[in-house]
Design a protein around this ligand. Structure first.
Ligand code: SAM
Length: 287
């Protein structure tokens, strides 16, 4: 499918019948681009996740525009209306509460539908917490896996944690502050306390901080602290091929550590078998 791009790349003014995907600040309101501002000021309407958040941008930059709410609860009802408005000539900007729409935020389905209808789309890129944390971490940043928020369901979560433990690329995760401790403890079990990580808190904001450099240190850092603010975590990948060499004495040590931590021999063997690719009986017999 050939989707035309818009000539607003040159004149920065919105065109009729174009959906603009606009990146907005992830904390620091000064991080709105000039091009994003021009589009937000001049489109026919702005589809936003929460009108209160978008009003903060309008107030900071002293403009107003028509807002409609577009969020995970109403998106399926709103998509046909937005497509109709675009077809009837309106220019529409899509924004989320923070960062890039569609990255763990609403937008994906709208963009898919708008493309399907052959309507022009222009993305005005802006900040994204994942990329901001990644490039600040000093960890390898040209190849990476973005996991977003880990699933809550135990089996799905375990599958991803095993993938992370074996990944040779950097992994980026979003996490809420009240679940951070649990995630760190899980990562210690799956990846080992020595694995290099960096937790970025409150990126671009007044109390921005970056805590590293391995899982054990980060657990220690937060031991006595209340964890607040927005969190993005970056985890270093393993050296390529490292997990292929299965060191049975390491596995034996890990097995007894898990048993000491309270797991049954069967549960500990099952977990290590999944992680190492060995049969459960082989791990069981290491004990
Ligand atoms: N669309 C956004 C983006 O482009 O980054 C992400 C939206 S997602 C619903 C919100 C999550 O992003 C937060 O729970 C946190 O994990 C991460 N995040 C957003 N702003 C952040 C910030 N200023 N510092 C650290 N992490 C942040």
């Amino acid at each position: 499918m050939n989707i035309k791009s818009s000539s607003s790349h040159k004149n920065q003014e919105p065109e009729n019948s174009v959906l603009y995907i606009v990146g907005t600040p992830i904390g620091n309101l000064n991080d709105l681009s000039t091009r994003a501002l021009n589009i937000l000021k001049n489109v026919s309407l702005i589809a936003c996740e929460d009108t209160r958040q978008t009003k903060k941008i309008m107030s900071r930059y002293e403009f107003s525009n028509n807002l409609i709410s577009f969020n995970k609860y109403n998106s399926q009802n709103k998509i046909p209306k937005i497509v109709n408005d675009l077809n009837s000539g309106k220019s529409i900007a899509l924004v989320s509460d923070a960062g890039m729409p569609s990255i763990c935020d609403p937008g994906e389905d709208l963009v898919k539908n708008v493309r399907f209808c052959g309507i022009s789309i222009v993305c005005i890129p802006g900040p994204c917490a994942a990329i901001t944390a990644l490039v600040s971490s000093g960890l390898p940043s040209s190849k990476f896996t973005f996991e977003g928020f880990l699933p809550k369901k135990k089996s799905e979560r375990e599958k991803i944690l095993i993938e992370i433990s074996k990944n040779d690329k950097t992994t980026i995760i979003y996490e809420s502050p009240h679940r951070l401790r649990r995630l760190l403890n899980e990562l210690k079990i799956y990846c080992g306390g020595e694995r290099e990580i960096e937790v970025s808190r409150e990126l671009t904001k007044k109390f921005e901080e970056h805590i590293g450099n391995n899982i054990d240190n980060v657990i220690e850092f937060f031991r006595e602290k209340e964890i607040i603010g927005e969190i993005t975590m970056v985890i270093k990948g393993i050296k390529k091929g490292k997990d292929l060499k299965i060191n049975k004495s390491d596995l034996k040590k890990e097995l007894s550590e898990l048993i000491n931590a309270g797991l049954s021999l069967s549960a500990a063997s099952k977990y290590i078998a999944k992680k190492s690719g060995l049969k459960k009986s082989e791990v069981y017999n290491l004990n």
